[in-house]
Write a protein that binds this ligand. Structure first.
Ligand code: NAD
Ligand code: TYD
Length: 357
């Protein structure tokens, strides 16, 4: 099989590329990635010269490029996206562009080529906050922020292309991933790398927001199953089976790094913060899926990886990330010391009234 994997220089995509090359000795992969701030060729260093892996720097919104590459493959797996909820709150436009329009460009190309499969890598966040119980694949989409709304928009487009054009589409909706090579803006790698640099571990709001954690290697096996055994036109939820409040996750990281509880700092909350994500994944389990990495084991291994790969994340944190971190967490210029989280949201009318007084 010849596959176009997009976003393969990011966190999950790079694991999936490596997984495919190991698992399927006859697969050839074209890896299309724009190398945004989150994409990193170093994530693929061990497979950079692999004879069955070809890396192309490019944008999934580039129609001629996508059309040309699509003609060279049998199927597409789309990981490419803007992925960080906090960034989607301050700069939503590129999320709409890549996550929705980009998916549309890939779908058009797949349709023209008569591809065997198009797999959209989506997220459990499209269901919005699930205060109680679990969302199955038929649950309504109620995204709560520009990232999840863009991903939900793409999911609807994917299903519409399946229905209208008979394109054999599939969608996987996974819970929160963690593991090596995750860009240090997301909760787990941010807290690990902050802890290793002697900075506070920032916890939004009351810390009681809940996420279901999955090790990236379990996600890769799930994507493999959906790609090869999913029924075209179907959606598959992927859960990790490790639901925890954020405060527990951060306490575990602090403990593993021998940091006192005072290293954890409660900061201003994310606007529109979804309280809980939780999915039912029986459909995928019927295909043989079981997550095998326990959270304790996976977290310990992930922490060891960040301890052993300081060069990888220090380079990231020394670059544009530094400005992002300062603005996002309102620290001093040196980026040291106390953090305060999101700026309070002052409605425009209110601020005008204040000024006119
Ligand atoms: P990431 O931010 O680490 O990587 C995204 C990759 O996409 C980067 O390499 C980036 O350069 C590339 N990219 C961005 N815009 C592009 C464009 N226009 N054209 C080509 N490439 C582009 O993200 P991730 O955490 O690896 O997530 C990968 C996918 O999995 C995303 O679609 C995301 O929505 C989904 N997902 C992520 C999680 C999670 O917890 N991280 C959970 C469920 C689903
Ligand atoms: P994140 O890793 O950004 O993933 P997502 O928002 O896609 O679930 O955040 C995971 C949880 O951790 C979420 O409830 C927000 C919270 N969080 C913090 O408490 N502090 C932080 O500094 C970050 C980045 C996230």
């Amino acid at each position: 099989m010849r596959l176009l994997v997009t976003g393969g220089a990011g966190f999950i995509g790079s694991h999936f590329v490596r997984y495919l090359l190991d698992r399927y000795p006859d697969y050839r992969i074209i890896n299309l990635d724009k190398l945004t701030y989150a994409g990193n060729r170093e994530n693929l260093r061990d497979v950079a010269r692999h004879p069955r892996h070809r890396f192309i720097k490019g944008d999934i919104c580039n129609r001629p490029l996508v059309a040309r590459l699509s003609r060279q493959v049998d199927a597409i797996v789309n990981f490419a996206a803007d992925t960080h909820v906090d960034r989607s709150i301050t700069r939503p436009a590129s999320f709409l562009q890549t996550d929705v329009i980009g998916a549309g460009v890939l779908l058009d190309a797949a349709r023209r080529c008569g591809h065997g499969r198009y797999l959209q890598i989506s997220t459990d966040e499209v269901y919005g906050s699930i205060e109680q119980g679990y969302a199955d694949e038929a649950a309504p989409l109620r995204p709560g922020n520009p990232y999840s709304a863009s991903k939900a928009g793409a999911d609807l487009l994917v299903l519409a292309y399946g229905r209208t054009y008979g394109l054999p589409v599939l969608i996987s909706r996974c819970s929160n991933n963690y593991g090596p090579y995750q860009y240090p803006e997301k909760l787990i790698p941010l807290c690990i790398t902050n802890g290793l640099e002697g900075l506070p571990l920032p916890l939004y709001g009351d810390g009681q927001y809940r996420r279901d954690w999955i090790h990236v290697s379990d996600h890769c096996r799930a994507v493999d199953l959906v790609l090869h055994h999913g029924i075209p036109g179907s959606v598959y939820n992927v859960g990790g089976g490790h639901e925890l409040p954020n405060v527990d996750v951060v306490h575990r990281i602090a403990a593993a790094l021998n940091l006192p509880a005072s290293a954890i700092q409660f900061v201003a909350d994310r606007p529109g913060h979804d309280r809980r994500y939780a999915v039912k994944d029986e459909k995928l389990r019927a295909l043989g899926y079981r997550p095998v990495t326990s959270f304790d084991e996976g977290l310990a291994e992930t922490i060891r990886w960040y301890q052993a790969h300081r060069g990888w994340w220090k380079k990231i944190r020394a670059g544009a990330f530094r400005r992002y971190y300062r603005q996002r967490y309102h620290t001093s210029r040196a980026g040291k010391g106390a953090v305060s989280g999101f700026k309070p949201q002052v409605p425009a009318t209110h601020s005008r009234t204040e000024k006119s007084r």
